[in-house]
Design a protein. Structure first.
Lengths: 245, 297
């Protein structure tokens, strides 16, 4: 029952976002600000985790492929496909759920509790359009870009680790990377990243925007936002994989 | 002018407003007083549209705000300024940016013109220039209230709502804020509605006072009449205030001719000065050493 009520409230909030802006310049400014917060703000953590994920996947793949009849290029192929299909979009987005999701939920929650949202409403500003929509749009623009970067860095990290550990020669790794490459995998990862970007921004925005109470409730809503968006993200990952692969 | 007609609001089965009728005039400081849970905050929120009333009307110069569509409500809201209890300043913006925000959003003015207007209102609320670049967290509570007041009046509103403007402030700063609100109200001839339970404010700026009790309007009058009121519920409420308690006692003294021995001379003088009345009949208003002339009352 609660899920249905929350779904109804979410749809209502989403419906309220699409109204004529009071001042397009201010909305654009807010969008750019959010692009900076979500995109540039998450750049560091995405770079770090991608490189390490790629590196670890190379080492573990090499550890499991002990048969001499399997060519070394297979390591690069496996690293490439796992990074593109799963590690870069899903793992990065789960981290972004924590980084971006909790920030959005606590920021909006604090604005709600300290009556900043009420102040905007009284000025005659559509707060759903001004505060929530730019966050979702910024996520839809920047998160897929971050995922693409994560793909590149993940593969580069794998190549680096393979070379450093003496497992695979860089030229063999590069040969493996282009072997049996399916561009569809990248499209699939991008489709996932758009869906995940929506979940990462819209779910925390919903919980933050609808906080009632004080500081304690901001913490609760932030935690709930991260948990719910993580679960939805994994569910969406499964559904998209089942439908599109 | 804002007119409230038979305004009712219930949350689930609990009636919070039980049919309130009141008129708030232009150019006056209209105070809504009452104990916690009396419905004064809900009344104010219904008036500005943050809560939709169950029934009744809120008329802004004759136009019913409750039954307006979104676009019409937006037009009214652009004429409203509101000072929130906690200031509600945007944390991520400086003092200057906070005050400039409504101008950025609703005017197409050049930056220099907006900056000039911001400076003008910040000077009006007596805020020093060195605070302009600071963030809300870097300034005192009193300064935050002044910034919030500056933001509320920057677009020259027709209606000014103040929710507990003195909460969390020391008595001296409270008086400064009260005075500012009163001056701005008279200067721009705006309709000001203040939600408070600060009795100093009631006596200082209460041109029109509405006392709320359990969701109903229990009493209304001005700051002179409140002392003479025989309403028991109002008396119970205001007797919590030392100042009004003494003022009431002074009225009793005037009527009975008996002055309680335990009342300090300083209190007597302060009350006389506040009310501008020679209550103890010593031929002076307040401290005799000041040689104030007696009142005609």
């Amino acid at each position: 029952m609660k899920i249905l009520r929350e779904l109804g409230e979410f749809i209502k909030m989403a419906g309220g976002m699409f109204r004529k802006p009071e001042n397009s310049k201010m909305y654009w400014k807010q969008f750019m600000l959010q692009c900076n917060d979500i995109g540039i703000g998450s750049l560091g953590i995405i770079c770090i985790i991608s490189v390490f994920i790629g590196a670890v996947s190379t080492l573990q793949t090499a550890y499991q492929l002990v048969s001499p009849i399997i060519p070394k290029t297979t390591i690069a192929q496996i690293v490439r496909d796992t990074v593109i299909l799963e590690f870069a979009p899903t793992l990065s987005c789960i981290v972004l759920c924590g980084v971006v999701g909790s920030k959005i939920a606590s920021e909006l929650g604090n604005m709600r509790v300290s009556e900043q949202i009420d102040a905007l409403e009284i000025m005659g500003i559509n707060t759903k359009g001004y505060l929530v929509l730019p966050k979702i749009l910024a996520g839809l623009v920047t998160i897929p870009l971050l995922i693409m970067l994560a793909m590149v860095l993940g593969i580069w990290g794998g190549r680096l680790a393979g070379t450093a550990a003496g497992i695979i020669d860089p030229s063999i790794f590069d040969t493996g990377l282009v072997m049996a490459f399916k561009a569809y995998n990248v499209y699939f990862a991008l489709i996932k990243s758009f869906v995940f970007a929506f979940i990462i921004t819209a779910v925390p925005a919903f919980y933050g925007y609808n906080v009632k109470g004080g500081a304690l409730e901001i913490g609760h809503s932030s935690t709930r936002a991260v948990v719910v968006s993580c679960v939805l993200l994994l569910l969406a990952d499964y559904i998209l994989s089942a439908l599109l692969l | 002018m804002i007119e409230i007609k038979n305004l009712k609001k219930s949350f689930d089965d609990k009636a919070v407003l039980k049919g309130v009728d009141v008129i708030f005039d232009d150019g006056k400081c209209n105070l809504i007083i009452g104990s916690s849970g009396s419905g004064k905050t809900v009344l104010m929120k219904c008036m500005v549209g943050l809560i939709k009333p169950t029934s009744g009307q809120v008329l802004y110069d004759g136009e019913d705000f409750v039954n307006m569509n979104d676009i019409e409500q937006k037009a009214i809201r652009e004429k409203i300024g509101m000072l929130f209890q906690g200031g509600a300043l945007f944390d991520s913006q400086t003092v200057e940016q906070n005050v400039m925000f409504p101008l950025d959003m609703f005017t197409g003015d050049k930056y220099s013109k907006k900056k000039e207007r911001v400076k003008q209102v910040l000077e009006r609320v007596q805020l020093k220039e060195d605070a302009y670049r600071k963030f809300p967290s870097e300034i005192s509570g009193g300064m935050q209230k002044r910034v919030a007041l500056a933001r509320a009046i920057v677009l020259n509103p027709k209606y000014l709502f103040c929710d507990e403007p003195n909460s969390g402030l020391d008595p001296q700063t409270s008086m400064v804020i009260d005075k500012l609100i009163q001056e701005i109200t008279q200067e721009y001839n705006i309709t000001t509605i203040i939600n408070t339970h600060d009795m100093n404010s009631v006596m200082e700026i209460g041109d029109h006072i509405t006392y709320m009790h359990q969701g109903e309007k229990e009493w209304e009058g001005n700051n002179k009449e409140i002392i003479l009121s025989e309403n028991q519920k109002l008396n119970d409420f205001i007797f919590a205030s030392e100042f009004l308690k003494d003022a009431k006692r002074m009225r009793t003294i005037q009527e009975t001719g008996e002055i309680p021995k335990d009342m300090p001379a300083g209190v007597k003088d302060a009350i006389e000065e506040k009310l501008n009345v020679d209550l103890d009949g010593d031929g002076h208003i307040g401290n005799p050493s000041k040689n104030n002339p007696p009142s005609k009352e």
